[in-house]
Design a binder for this molecule. Structure first.
Ligand code: SAH
Ligand code: SF4
Length: 387
């Protein structure tokens, strides 16, 4: 506005229209005089998302959106509604209602975890800050139509947030700014598959949000297969970085653990997990795996998940079993985009399955995976990349 010779309050008016009234297009900047609005329309984009396709699941409690970006890339976000519950006194619930949005930080992902539909898609590109933020604005717009407000944002959609950290930090700052979205830092979770330099950068910045670490295995041979980044930063290094983060920020770290039947759900795994995290400011979330097309794996049974949780708890570590959301909408991260990309041929799926079985059998015997990183992942974390 300064460059246009406009007074500062015009910038404020645009910010209010975009954030307070969730303007979707330039013609909704109604407080601006016509000629200035036309000038803004020439110079700015109020929205970076070209189209949304919404799928509803869980009887309306989960809404999964496939967003089409301007260059044709597809990303996903998932809006989850948690109604108020519990009795907290007359007319007062114990837990207020929550509306949590799970957003993407990249189109695709280079890490390639074999149980993840996004990993199977491979890496597309980093999202721009505005593309991260606009997922939130779209959800907020839908919520405000029903008189509700977004309360929580989690970076657990497509992509590895710590491999696009500059943009993620910028997006978090915008979401936290009271003049813009005004979301409390305590209401943002960033989940990482274990990019150690990124965790260390966050620690140096102090408490910005809750850190979640996707562990999925406490033993290196198995984690080498389940989270290929482990071949670069093994379990001990990831947990040491997360432990420092908790110590410096005073904030508890969440560890995510996807439960895969017969792969990482044995009593030995539970014991290893408890030994690894005992005494830490940490909490484990067990998540039954959402089945995805290209793996031969199934979710652990509810009984097995409960037994595993009991063992971890007995070992001295806090643990919660996370309910699965949106299975009927293909809500495992990346599934809608993967469907759109077209099903892989039967022979590709068969080859993938064979490789996963071979690697996981070797891992279950305790062999480390000595293969070098897949090319895409090596490029994402290799020398020359500032992490
Ligand atoms: N890349 C980051 C954040 C996005 S993935 C990370 O891995 O942490 C967010 C979470 O979804 C991770 O904990 C991931 O392991 C989990 N996830 C991916 N595929 C899944 C599946 N098929 N079933 C259950 N959880 C899955
Ligand atoms: Fe990437 Fe996370 Fe999926 Fe692994 S689980 S492939 S890190 S998005």
């Amino acid at each position: 506005m300064a460059a246009e010779g406009q007074p500062a309050y015009r910038a404020q008016q645009i910010r209010d229209a975009v954030w307070r009234r969730n303007a979707a297009a330039e013609d909704e900047l109604r407080t601006l005089p016509g000629p200035l609005r036309a000038r803004v329309a020439e110079t700015f984009r109020v929205d970076t998302i070209a189209a949304d396709e919404v799928k509803v699941a869980d009887g309306g409690l989960t809404e999964k959106t496939l967003h089409l970006l301007s260059d044709g890339a597809l990303i996903e976000s998932v809006l989850m509604h948690y109604p108020a519950r519990g009795y907290g006194g007359p007319g007062r619930p114990l837990h207020r209602e929550r509306h949590t949005l799970c957003i993407s930080s990249q189109a695709g992902c280079a890490v390639g975890c074999p149980f993840c539909a996004t990993g199977e898609l491979g890496f597309g590109r980093d999202l721009e800050t505005a593309e991260i933020v606009d997922q939130v604005r779209h959800a907020a717009r839908r919520l405000s139509a029903s008189g509700s407000r977004l309360t929580n944002v989690v970076f657990m959609g497509m992509g590895e947030p710590l491999l696009n950290l500059d943009r993620v930090l910028e997006a978090v700052a915008i979401l936290a700014d009271p003049r813009m979205f005004g979301l409390g830092a305590r209401h943002v979770v960033v989940s990482t598959s274990g990019v150690v330099p990124g965790i260390r950068r966050l620690t140096a910045l102090g408490p910005q949000f809750t850190l979640a670490v996707s562990l999925h295995a406490a033993r290196d041979p198995l984690r080498d297969v389940l989270v290929p980044l482990n071949r670069r930063w093994p379990v001990a290094e990831v947990v040491a970085a997360a432990r420092d983060h908790a110590r410096v920020t005073g904030r508890r770290v969440s560890y995510e653990y996807v439960m895969i039947s017969g792969v990482n759900d044995t009593s030995v795994d539970a014991e290893a997990l408890a030994m690894l995290l005992r005494g830490d400011l940490a909490h484990v979330n067990l998540i039954p795996m959402n089945p995805v097309a290209h793996t031969p794996w199934q979710a652990s049974s509810p009984e097995r998940v409960a037994e595993f949780a009991a063992l971890v708890r007995k070992g001295g570590v806090g643990v919660t079993i996370r309910a699965n959301r949106g299975q009927d909408a293909g809500a495992a991260c990346g599934q809608l985009a993967a469907d759109r990309a077209g099903q892989p041929t039967a022979s590709v799926v068969a080859r993938r399955r064979e490789a996963i079985v071979r690697e996981s059998e070797a891992a279950l015997r305790g062999d480390r995976n000595t293969q070098s990183l897949p090319a895409e992942l090596a490029a994402a974390v290799g020398p020359g990349r500032r992490l």
